[in-house]
Design a protein around this ligand. Structure first.
Ligand code: LLP
Length: 413
C-alpha cells in the first residue's frame, strides 16, 4: 500500500519545515502490520527506521522490536518497550556484543540472538540463565544486492549450521536458556529461497537436544519499488512458515511460537523524501536536475544502485514537456545521483520538465532512508514528519550546523 498523496498538504509541510524533508504516513504502516497479523509475533527490525515516535506507533499496534546496537536498545526503551520479567519486547541480534551493550542487555534482561559462539561465552560468563536465541547461517543466502545477502560462506552473519552442537554446548556450559532458532538469509525475498530456509529450519531442529519456545523467520520481505513489481503475498509467506512450524512441532513434541522480523516491509512504502529543485543544467546529452537532498540523506541508490520512483510536484500548473532527466544531489561526488543502476551507471528518468523551485518526491523511502543518513559534507540531519489522518506531526527536528560542530568545539583549542 502506498500513501495517498495530498500535494497541497505536502507543499504546506515543506513551507513549514523546509526541505529536504522526510514524511511518513501512519496509515500505510498500520496496513502493513495488519497484513502480517497471522504470525504470533511481528518483531520490527528497527535498523530500517528507528525514529522513537515510529517505534511507539508500532508498539501501540502490538509489534515488538529488534535491536542491533546499544543505541537501538536505548531507542526501544525510550519508546516504551521492555524485556523485563520475560516480556521479550526487545531482542538484541548481532554477531558480536561490545562491553557496554553486554552490560545493558544484562541489566534490562534483553534476550540475545547470538550470531557467534563467542557471544554465548561472553554473555554466559556474566549472566548465567540469560535467555538466548541462536541465529544460524544455513549455508546459503539471497539478497537484492550482494551487500544485503546475509547467508552462505561469504557472509559474516550467524553461527555456521554445522557449529550447532558447539553452540548448544556453550549454552549448557553456562546454564543459558535457549528460547529459539532464527534465520535471516538476506533482504529481498524470493519464494524459492524461502522454501529452502523453511526446510533448513526443520532440519536444524532434528539436531537439537533441547526444547524450543519459538522460531523466527527473520525479515527480508520485499516491496514493489517499481510499478510492475509484485506485492508480496503475505498469506503464502505465512503458509510456508506455518507448515515448517508444524513440522518442527512434530519433531519436538510442542509447537513453537512463530516470529517474523521485517524492517523494510513495515515502513518502506510509508515514507517520502521531499526535496526542492535548486538548479537545472545540461551536460552534453544529459539534462541534470539538481535537488537539495543528497546521498547523505538517502544512500540506497548510491550504495546499491537501488531504484526509487520519483515524481514531480510542480509549483504551478503551467504545461510541462517530458524530458529524460538525471536527478542528482548537492554533494561533491559524481555518485550523488538518485537515478543510477548497480555499479554507479548514471540513468535517466522520463519526468515532466522540472524547474527551479519545484519539489521532487522520492517514494518508498521509509526504510533505510533516515536511518542510513550521515553528516557527510557537514550537512545536518533533516527533519521527519508523521502524517496520521488529519494531523501532521514533526517527529524529529532539523539538526543545526552548530550541533554538528559542538563535539569538536567542546574539545577546546
Ligand atoms: N533481521 C536481521 C537479522 C537483519 O539483518 C535484517 C536486515 C532484517 C531482519 C530486516 O531486513 P528487511 O526486512 O528490512 O529486508 N540497507 C539495506 C538493507 C540492509 C538490511 C540489513 N539487515 C537496504 O537499504 O536495502
Amino acid at each position: 500500500m502506498k500513501p495517498s498523496l495530498n500535494p497541497t498538504q505536502l507543499l504546506a509541510l515543506t513551507r513549514q519545515h523546509g526541505t529536504p524533508l522526510w514524511v511518513y504516513d501512519a496509515a500505510v504502516i498500520r496496513a502493513h502490520v495488519a497484513a502480517l497479523r497471522a504470525f504470533d509475533t511481528i518483531r520490527f527490525a528497527q535498523k530500517a527506521n528507528s525514529n522513537i515516535h515510529l517505534l511507539r506507533l508500532l508498539r501501540e499496534e502490538g509489534v515488538k522490536v529488534d535491536a542491533v546496537s546499544l543505541g537501538e536498545i536505548e531507542r526501544a526503551l525510550a519508546a516504551g518497550y521492555s524485556s523485563r520479567k520475560g516480556e521479550s519486547g526487545i531482542v538484541f541480534t548481532a554477531d558480536l556484543i561490545d562491553r557496554a551493550t553486554l552490560a545493558r542487555v544484562v541489566e534490562e534482561e534483553i534476550p540475545v540472538n547470538a550470531g557467534s559462539i563467542d557471544m554465548l561465552h561472553q554473555l554466559g560468563a556474566v549472566s548465567p540463565g540469560h535467555r538466548v536465541w541462536l541465529r544460524i547461517n544455513p549455508g546459503f543466502g539471497h539478497g537484492h544486492s550482494n551487500k544485503t545477502n546475509t547467508g552462505g560462506e561469504h557472509s559474516k552473519h550467524g553461527i555456521w549450521h554445522t557449529d550447532l552442537p558447539a553452540a548448544l554446548a556453550a549454552i549448557r556450559q553456562h546454564g543459558l536458556k535457549l528460547v529459539g532458532l532464527h534465520m535471516h538469509i538476506g533482504s529481498g525475498v524470493d519464494y524459492k529461497h524461502l522454501e529452502q530456509v523453511c526446510g533448513a529450519m526443520v532440519e536444524l531442529t532434528r539436531r537439537l537436544d533441547a526444547p524450543l519456545e519459538a522460531i523466527s523467520a527473520g525479515g527480508g520481505l520485499s516491496i514493489p519499488y517499481r510499478t510492475n513489481d509484485p506485492q508480496i503475498d503475505t498469506e503464502h509467506y505465512f503458509g510456508l512458515w506455518d507448515a515448517a512450524r508444524r513440522e518442527v512441532g512434530q519433531i519436538l513434541g510442542t509447537t513453537p511460537h512463530l516470529e517474523i522480523e521485517p524492517g523494510r516491509y513495515l515502513v518502506a512504502e510509508s515514507g517520502l523524501l521531499l526535496t526542492e529543485v535548486r538548479a537545472v543544467k545540461q551536460a552534453g546529452k544529459n539534462r541534470f536536475v539538481l535537488v537539495d537532498a543528497g546521498f547523505n540523506d538517502l544512500m540506497r541508490p548510491s550504495m546499491y544502485g537501488s531504484f526509487h520512483h520519483i515524481s514531480l510536484l510542480p509549483q504551478d500548473d503551467s504545461p510541462r514537456a517530458e524530458h529524460a532527466t538525471v536527478i542528482a544531489g548537492p554533494l561533491c561526488e559524481s555518485g550523488d545521483v538518485f537515478t543510477q543502476g548497480e555499479g554507479g551507471v548514471v540513468q535517466t528518468r522520463h519526468l515532466p520538465e522540472a524547474r527551479v523551485g519545484d519539489l521532487l518526491v522520492i517514494h518508498d523511502a521509509g526504510a533505510y532512508g533516515a536511518s542510513m543518513s550521515s553528516n557527510y559534507n557537514s550537512r545536518p540531519l533533516i527533519p521527519e514528519v508523521m502524517i496520521d489522518g488529519d494531523t501532521a506531526r514533526l517527529i524529529r527536528r532539523r539538526q543545526t550546523v552548530q550541533e554538528l560542530l559542538a563535539l569538536e568545539l567542546e574539545a577546546g583549542r
